[in-house]
Design a protein around this ligand. Structure first.
Ligand code: NAD
Ligand code: TYD
Length: 338
């Protein structure tokens, strides 16, 4: 029985990964969920799984050396989701991003090295590659050229871990994934923000001309890719994970409006994000050719199902969209949308 430490387990992707591992009746891995419960961490994301016999939740900070050292002694594998993850927040202030995304990863890696863990999966992002022009795709050989404080912090962690592999034969594998969508995503990111604003009969703040392109992947596909890399990836390798599903933001906005029976008057073009990356698109052929992984969820079905999840789980997001969240909303969007 393997013991897997999942950091950032109360966040969007981490909680989906934990649920996937625990829902698999053929799996006997023990899951230790770790999260410091920042504004983005939510224990409700693991509701129904707290008493699962293969699951333990631990509250703690990946930057806390003594605590991580103690925990790591019990672990075989680490899957590191813990991060500050929102580009707009990193533009307001980058210190938490440097602390957790770089410093926290270093603390985890040093403890993992000391305790001889067998595998360290670093969940990274396609944003480390920077922005594409109208053509081309990010491959694993594309140069690292991050443009936001968030992506610079993720790129730094990747480089540190690859240096640990080179220097210490550290058993790291890195995934670089495109934009995820699905249930339990914090409603500051494009899709859950727009869906929940519309459900509250508010406008949706489209940055600039809305022609920025992202390559959207359902979170279930990302989780299955991480599991594949955890089990079969080669140490020291990077694996790009993508949905082969490029969509301009304005098209996604229109799909959401249509599904919710709203018209274009709900669109508000607001001031563009500083340094906004224009296009991301992933070449995920290495995942297919080397590890046999391919995305399974079609966007035409995945997006409506995701919107319906937010419709049916309004108590989950309305509990978030109050208090501190509204302070952030005011700071980010001012009075532009209401
Ligand atoms: P999220 O913000 O929803 O979750 C992050 C979790 O990490 C939260 O539960 C938070 O409480 C926890 N955390 C933050 N700092 C911590 C600390 N110091 N110690 C312990 N826990 C801490 O983010 P997400 O969207 O689930 O992203 C998870 C990972 O996937 C991140 O590393 C992110 O860079 C990466 N990623 C995300 C996407 C995406 O589209 N969301 C795409 C590619 C890669
Ligand atoms: P986001 O969900 O923040 O993910 P990322 O910045 O990691 O790609 O944003 C996705 C796209 O949507 C990005 O091009 C920025 C845009 N966007 C808006 O137009 N308005 C918004 O209010 C937000 C949050 C994002």
């Amino acid at each position: 029985m393997r013991k897997i430490l999942v950091t950032g387990a109360a966040g969007f992707i981490g909680s989906n990964f934990v649920r996937m591992m625990l829902d698999d009746a053929s799996c006997d891995d023990k899951i230790i969920s770790l999260d410091s419960l920042t504004y983005a961490g939510n224990l409700a994301n693991l509701d129904g799984y707290h008493d699962h016999d293969r699951h333990t939740f631990v509250k703690g900070d990946i930057c806390d050396e003594a605590f991580i050292d103690q925990l790591m002694a019990e672990v075989d594998i680490v899957v590191n989701f813990a991060a500050e993850s929102h580009v707009d927040r990193s533009i307001h202030s980058s210190s938490d991003f440097i602390r957790t995304n770089i410093g926290g990863t270093q603390v985890l890696a040093d403890a993992a090295k000391k305790h001889n863990i067998t595998r360290f999966v670093q969940v990274s992002t396609d944003e480390v590659y920077g922005s594409l022009g109208k053509t081309g795709l990010f491959s694993e050989a594309t140069s690292i050229k991050p443009n936001s404080p968030y992506s610079a912090s993720k790129a730094s962690a990747d480089l540190l871990l690859l240096a640990y592999f080179h220097t210490h034969s550290f058993p790291v594998v890195i995934t670089r994934c495109s934009n995820n969508y699905g249930p339990y995503q914090f409603p500051e990111k494009l899709i859950p923000l727009f869906v929940t604003n519309l459900l509250e009969d508010k406008k949706v703040p489209v940055y600039g001309d809305g022609m920025q392109i992202r390559d959207w992947l359902h979170v279930d596909d990302h989780c299955s890719a991480i599991r594949t890399v955890m089990d079969n990836g080669i140490e020291g390798e990077v694996y790009n994970v993508g949905g082969n599903n490029e969509q301009p933001n304005i098209e996604i906005t229109k799909m959401i409006l249509k599904h919710l029976g709203k018209d274009d008057t709900y669109i508000e073009h607001v001031t563009d994000r500083l340094g906004h990356d224009r296009r991301y698109a992933i070449d995920a052929s290495k995942m297919k050719e080397k590890l046999g992984w391919e995305p399974q969820v079609n966007f035409d079905q995945g997006l409506p199902a995701t919107i319906d999840w937010y419709i049916n789980n309004s108590s989950w997001w309305s509990a978030i969209k109050s208090g501190e969240y509204m302070n952030y909303y005011e700071k980010q969007y001012g009075t532009q949308t209401s």
